[in-house]
Design a binder for this molecule. Structure first.
Ligand code: ASP
Ligand code: MG
Length: 443
């Protein structure tokens, strides 16, 4: 069994949906996980905002506009009048449901129900298309097996058990379609795996079904060695280890949801990143093996705040770091990077929601300095200590960029640098020249 996930742009129009249908007909058993059509979840977020504000007029206008877009998709997706009618009725059902939220109190529960409509629509429309084409397939409701627990973590035992129950209902079926992103929570309510969560769904399903492979289909040829929006001459990386991929996904490579690496790693299931626009391209394979070459890629993560706590009390003291970390724990704020000296500790966070509360509590332990608008540059590769020279290439490339923090040795896969966001583009270009372009010239 393979699991194939297609993202929003891969199912973003009638034409793209037809291309996906072509890609999944090799007769092999598979579960196909779909995102909402591109743009839909953003529009549902906007609709929910209007509903929260009680701006029913604007909410209805947005719902009507989205309904209109979907009507056009239906018109071009199907050939028979009968299927068009069936699909228009399905749309009416979903959009009337959305309209019903203008009539009553709107809370987080209703918001989640609104956000779930995108994946419910894309999978139902796609299933109708397969039916019209005479391709046997089964639509599996993700809400019957995908679930998070009280800590909003996937309930993997429940998922495995219930997915199996669903699959066992169709012993002869080979092609299953299901929704990414949506799930139930510990209270049985409709919920979701957070934005971009369809990748996570695919990997959880792959792990639950003991899949032989998880494929994530997007509109780019795999993970690139650097940000293609900023740097020219980037190239897809053929092979990455699970750890390298997790670092890259977390530190800025938008192509893969960072949480989706772990379930695959735990079951040792290879993850392939492929391109629907160019299905024959090699893409990136993420597995327990790592490809050769010591520096694989560079990624950048913006919106970082650096916090420095300077204290005379830190000198020769123990327990200081624990007290500092506990402050972050109390505010459920993860720390990304950390560096220490004998009298100070610097760390970074990407979620400034409780920054003022955190700062206030930290001031009990010492003098606190904040730097906002920082960027973490993450260089990923295989930096075993015995191999020298990687650091030199990095620092030589960045000799004109002020470095605020440097973190090396935390794992063998990552060197992280903190810089001002205003220096980011320059840093990425310089690293590309210094690491990758020079390599190619030498080869
Ligand atoms: N549709 C959801 C989103 O846009 C989930 C996903 O596409 O991964 O965030
Ligand atoms: Mg995505």
């Amino acid at each position: 069994m393979k699991v194939l996930k297609f993202g929003g742009t891969s199912v973003g129009s009638a034409e793209r949906m037809k291309a996906v249908a072509d890609l999944i007909q090799d007769g092999e058993a598979k579960i196909v996980v779909l995102s909402a059509m591109s743009g839909t979840t953003n529009q549902l977020v906007q609709i929910a905002e209007k509903l929260y504000q009680n701006d029913n007029k604007e909410a209805n206008a947005l719902i009507d506009a989205l309904h209109h877009t979907y009507k056009q998709v239906v018109d071009s997706l199907y050939t028979s009048e009968e299927k068009k009618k069936q699909a228009q009725e399905l749309l009416l059902h979903h959009f009337d449901y959305l309209r019903s939220f203008t009539l009553d109190l709107f809370t987080i529960h209703e918001e989640r129900a609104v956000l779930a409509q995108g994946e419910l629509l894309s999978t139902a429309l796609f299933q109708f298309f397969l039916e019209e084409q005479g391709i046997p397939s089964v639509l599996l409701p993700a809400l019957n097996f995908m679930r998070i627990d009280e800590n909003e973590e996937p309930d993997t035992d429940y998922i495995s058990k219930n997915l199996k129950t669903e699959l066992d209902k169709y012993p002869n079926a080979k092609l299953f379609i299901t929704q990414g992103y949506i799930c139930r929570n510990a209270f049985g309510e409709v919920d979701n795996l957070k934005r971009g969560g369809s990748d996570y769904s695919a990997s959880l399903i792959g792990a639950a079904a003991d899949a032989s492979e998880i494929q994530i289909w997007t509109d780019i040829n795999g993970m690139h060695n650097n940000d293609p929006r900023v740097v020219k001459n980037t190239f897809p990386i053929a092979e990455l280890s699970f750890d390298e991929a997790a670092e890259l996904a977390y530190f800025g490579a938008k192509i893969l949801h960072p949480s989706s690496v772990l379930p695959a790693k735990q079951k040792n299931i290879p993850v392939r990143l492929l391109n629907t626009m160019q299905p024959e391209a090699q893409g990136t394979t993420i597995s327990a093996q790592s490809g050769r070459g010591s520096i694989k890629a560079v990624a950048a993560k913006d919106g970082i705040t650096a916090i420095k706590i300077k204290s005379g009390r830190m000198l020769l003291a123990y327990g200081f770091l624990r007290s500092v970390f506990e402050v972050f724990e109390r505010y459920k704020t993860p720390i990304d990077m950390i560096t220490t000296s004998e009298v100070a500790v610097s760390l970074t966070i990407d979620n400034p929601k409780f920054l003022s509360e955190i700062t206030k509590e930290l001031e009990e332990y010492g003098q606190v300095e904040l730097d906002k608008d920082q960027t973490i540059i993450c260089v990923v590769g295989d930096f075993i200590a015995e191999r020298s020279g990687s650091g030199l290439k990095i620092f030589e490339s960045l000799k004109d960029i002020p470095l605020r923090m440097i973190s090396y040795g935390g794992s063998k896969n990552n060197i992280s640098l903190l810089i001002n966001t205003t220096d980011k583009e320059r840093a990425l270009v310089l690293l590309n020249e210094g690491i990758f372009e020079r390599n190619t010239n030498n080869a």
